[in-house]
Design a binder for this molecule. Structure first.
Ligand SMILES: Cc1cc2nc3c(=O)[nH]c(=O)nc-3n(C[C@H](O)[C@H](O)[C@H](O)COP(=O)(O)OP(=O)(O)OC[C@H]3O[C@@H](n4cnc5c(N)ncnc54)[C@H](O)[C@@H]3O)c2cc1C
Ligand code: FES
Length: 332
């Protein structure tokens, strides 16, 4: 269905009248610089009406030139009049650069969502929230929601002085007594702080972290060392490590019988898109989960950071932007 046709559909009757998640245009209310390399963008419905509510830790898919990138929503998610995102500029030529260069008060932008991949566990007795760098965006959303619902939350924010987006927002929450805030300047201080805070959390606490890869590895290791069960150590990745190009492999498409050859350094996703299969995708790095496809047979070499061990062992699904394999038949 085309985006325009989708836009014309009324919201299903059982949903709130503001419910919309399809591709649509929002107005840029403001685009303000928070740090030398982060801008904060406030978006609203062109006619000012309330937007779709979202779970803390949700993201929007933002169309940025020829890219579609995910950006976490900064807000508690309840009946929002605006959507707020903060974008770190990463080099030139990509979607983040495009947003920095093109979004101004009064311009418009295409978005999809909100989508939720990092929601809080309702059974958590307390939240331990850990952010480093631009990973503050979903963490602030969790902190604001915890404050709104009066749930105990402690935040560890690891940053470089002068480059800490949303530090004032966190300090305000801490000043109001809504969260306990611990700040660390730099990676080593952050690791030390996590090492001290993990063992002090009451039973029933769930931890949520977002930040650079090395910090997330340290977070997980320190949590496990402190005796935390894996299922209470939640994390969201914005990026993935570089991967080896891998070997050539061949995939059979069950509905058509066609054989698709995937050379080293090229993904199955790219080959399926070239062959005319409409596979949803977003990050192309194995972190967002959009390109999950069913597998009928064969051996998948999973390389994503989304599926859990049980899902990987089942060998019934794969994330075709990064995973490879042998003699695979996909159920498309
Ligand atoms: C759930 C989630 C939430 C995020 N939240 C934030 C946030 O709040 N703030 C923030 O600054 N960043 C966030 N990010 C990261 C953000 O989505 C971008 O990856 C980041 O802005 C880097 O963009 P870029 O300009 O460097 O790269 P771009 O060139 O725009 O590429 C971004 C990603 O898209 C992939 N990609 C998509 N289409 C193609 C294509 N056709 N060809 C090649 N590559 C393609 C690339 O692998 C790359 O990883 C989030 C990511 C995820 C997954
Ligand atoms: S496109 Fe994001 S996991 Fe494949």
């Amino acid at each position: 269905m085309s985006a325009t046709a989708q836009q014309d559909l009324p919201a299903p009757g059982h949903l709130h009248s503001a419910f919309e998640t399809h591709l649509r245009e929002l107005a840029v209310i403001s685009a303000e610089r928070l740090t030398p390399d982060v801008i904060h963008i406030v978006l609203a419905h062109p006619d000012g009406r309330t937007l779709t509510s979202f779970e803390p830790g949700s993201h929007l898919v933002v169309h940025a030139g020829d890219r579609r990138n995910a950006y976490s929503l900064v807000g508690d998610g309840i009946n929002p009049r605006s959507y707020r995102i903060s974008v770190l500029r990463q080099g030139t030529g990509g979607g983040s650069h495009w947003l920095h260069e093109n979004l101004r008060t009064g311009s418009t932008v295409q978005i999809e969502g909100p989508r939720s991949m990092f929601s809080p566990d309702p059974s958590a007795k307390k939240l331990l929230l850990v952010a480093a760098g631009i990973g503050i965006t979903p963490v602030l959303s969790h902190a604001l929601a915890a404050a709104r619902w009066d749930r105990p939350a402690e935040v560890i924010y690891i940053y470089r002085p002068g480059f800490a987006a949303h530090l004032d927002d966190l300090r305000e929450l801490a000043y109001d007594g809504a969260i306990d805030l611990h700040e660390a300047h730099g990676r080593l201080a952050g690791i030390e702080l996590m090492r001290r805070r993990f063992p002090l959390q009451p039973f029933g606490t769930h931890a949520y972290a977002c930040g650079p890869l090395a910090m997330l590895d340290a977070y997980r290791t320190l949590g496990l060392e402190a005796g935390w069960p894996e299922e209470r150590l939640h994390l969201e990745r914005f990026e993935a490590p570089q991967r080896e190009p891998g070997n050539e492999f061949t995939v059979k498409v069950s509905s058509t019988g066609e054989l698709v050859t995937v050379p080293p350094g090229i993904s199955l996703l790219e080959r399926l898109l070239e062959a005319g299969h409409a596979i949803p995708n977003l990050c192309r790095q194995g972190v967002c989960g959009e390109c999950r496809i069913p597998v009928r047979s064969g051996r998948v070499h999973h390389r994503d950071l989304v599926l859990n061990d049980e899902e990987k062992n089942a060998q019934t699904e794969m994330l075709c932007c990064v995973s490879r394999g042998e003699e695979i038949e996909v159920d498309l």
